[in-house]
Ligand binder design. Structure first.
Ligand code: SAH
Ligand code: F3S
Length: 481
């Protein structure tokens, strides 16, 4: 999920509304996926009740927390550099405490405390409610750790503080964990088994955002299509649910329809979909409601059926293509994006060509592409040799990236001359005289500000484009306004 987060947000420390009575200062940074950014909003909410306001100034912090990512080795190295930086500051300000949150905390457990001695506190993704106790421990000079994974924690009862928000778009998490066990992926180990959040608490969170004039929500989960509420507990225990629980269960299509129906003037997005769990009913719901954006992030990882099997993805190349055909039939102007991994163990040149030809077939609007990084403890690491030489992985990655850029440019150009609906999010990075927002298909659109303001829904006539951005002129408010 990390891809949709702009690079500039990675690591950014976040600010929230300040509580006057709070006297202590929290510096919190997030790396990795949207779920981490969303979790940091939960953590900030918990700590706001413990006397902490956030600060963007590391030097003045009483508590420094870093929400970490383990998805690739590089992500972990980035966090390690930050830990070095915090420790340098700590030498000047010895009262400062440092805590590691999220996936690296879960993966490395006590290693940070016992062997490396570079942090005071280690807190896994399901243990944030224990932060008040853990803070007490470190306040008394003891190291503190809680990396217990939960069966039912969804933080549904915590109202996140919107950190560094544009006041227009927000993430709302609907599931935690993942049961898919893709052989390359560390997430099932760091974030635990899949569980869904109660629809009522999701609806309440969106009602609150709506009341505060937010205009877009992104429903968030490692695998949103797998959402299933039947009264609590793990997804894998659904088979044990009673007849009554089954009769009243809510799946993703139903949840999506509920949200879209309740808030027709809000845009609804969701991320991430998994091809093996994506049901046709979701596509019909997207087609039915104008306020659900026509954009699906549909990671595939490889275009080779043999590699997909080795990755434990539960579909073939052909089944994926059939799903894409179905998407395009039901939602003709839908855009799609991919995640791709190059150089998975045993990947041959022929497998790689299959990836390129699949990309040509699907014509993804965007893509998030990575060289395979072996993660300790995963099935691929235990059973397969990381046998594709680094140079080959990187060359294949470059080919995949180049092809995606070519396809993205074609896809972006298809909007030329059209009127697209844009939700204004912020000033354009390149020009303060222009607004920046996205159309339904998730392509960035910039246009002269005129009399419009952040949060407006505007129709924009596209007159020009670069490979990834549409440029145009506002021609009036859209029906969503
Ligand atoms: N279902 C999740 C996937 C999280 S990981 C979601 O919500 O998006 C995000 C992407 O990182 C994956 O789709 C995959 O393309 C990539 N990735 C995961 N493990 C990897 C590894 N070991 N090496 C390289 N890329 C990896
Ligand atoms: Fe990872 Fe596969 Fe789940 S990529 S997050 S195990 S769907």
């Amino acid at each position: 999920m990390e891809k949709i987060i702009e690079e500039s947000r990675q690591g950014q420390s976040l600010v929230l509304e300040q509580k006057e009575e709070n006297t202590k200062k929290l510096f919190i940074e997030s790396y990795g996926c949207q779920m981490n950014f969303s979790d940091s909003e939960i953590v900030a909410s918990i700590l706001a009740n413990q006397g902490y306001n956030t600060t963007q100034n590391l030097e003045e912090a009483d508590l420094v927390l870093v929400n970490t990512c383990s998805i690739r080795d590089k992500a972990e190295q980035t966090v390690r550099k930050r830990l070095e930086k915090y420790n340098a500051v700590k030498r000047i300000n010895p009262g400062m405490k440092v805590g590691v949150l999220g996936c690296m905390a879960e993966r490395l457990k006590s290693q940070f405390l016992e062997q490396e001695k570079i942090v005071d506190m280690v807190v896994g993704p399901d243990a944030y409610k224990d932060l008040p106790n853990l803070l007490k421990e470190i306040g008394e000079g003891r190291d503190a750790i809680n990396v217990i994974l939960s069966k039912d924690e969804t933080y549904g009862d915590i109202s996140p503080v919107r950190l560094n928000s544009n006041g227009v778009t927000a993430f709302v998490s609907i599931t935690r964990g993942c049961d898919n066990m893709c052989t390359f992926c560390v997430v099932p180990f760091t974030r635990g088994r899949e569980r869904s959040r109660e629809p009522q608490s999701i609806m309440e969170e969106i009602a609150d955002l709506h009341a505060r004039n937010f205009k877009e929500v992104t429903l968030l989960g490692q695998n949103v299509d797998s959402y299933l509420w039947y009264g609590g507990g793990l997804k894998k225990d659904y088979i044990k649910a009673s007849e009554m629980q089954k009769a009243t269960a809510v799946d993703f299509a139903q949840l999506l329809a509920m949200v879209a129906e309740a808030y027709p003037k809000m845009r609804i997005r969701f991320s991430t979909s998994n091809p093996q769990d994506m049901h046709e009913s979701v596509l019909y719901v997207i087609a039915k409601y104008d306020n659900i954006c026509n954009y699906i992030h549909l990671p595939v990882q490889s275009g080779s059926t043999r590699i997909l099997k080795e990755m434990n993805r539960q579909h073939t190349r052909e089944e994926y293509m059939a799903l894409v055909d179905k998407v395009m039939n039901i939602i003709p102007d839908c855009s799609l994006s991919q995640d791709m991994i190059t150089g998975f163990p045993t990947e041959t040149e022929e497998d790689h060509q299959d990836t390129l030809s699949l990309m040509e077939y699907v014509k993804y609007d965007f893509g998030y592409m990575f060289a395979y990084s072996e993660r300790p403890g995963t099935l691929a690491a235990r059973k397969m040799e990381d046998d594709v030489p680094e140079a080959v992985k990187m060359r294949r990655l470059q080919e995949v990236v180049d092809l995606q850029q070519k396809i993205s440019a074609e896809r972006t150009a298809r909007f030329m001359g059209q009127v697209v609906e844009v939700l204004i999010e912020k000033s354009s990075k390149k020009s303060d005289a222009h607004w920046s927002g996205r159309n339904s298909q998730n392509t960035t659109v910039v246009f002269p500000k005129g009399h419009y303001k952040v949060g407006d829904f505007v129709n924009v006539l596209v007159t020009d484009c670069t490979s990834a951005t549409l440029i145009g002129e506002a021609v009036g408010y859209s029906d969503m306004q």
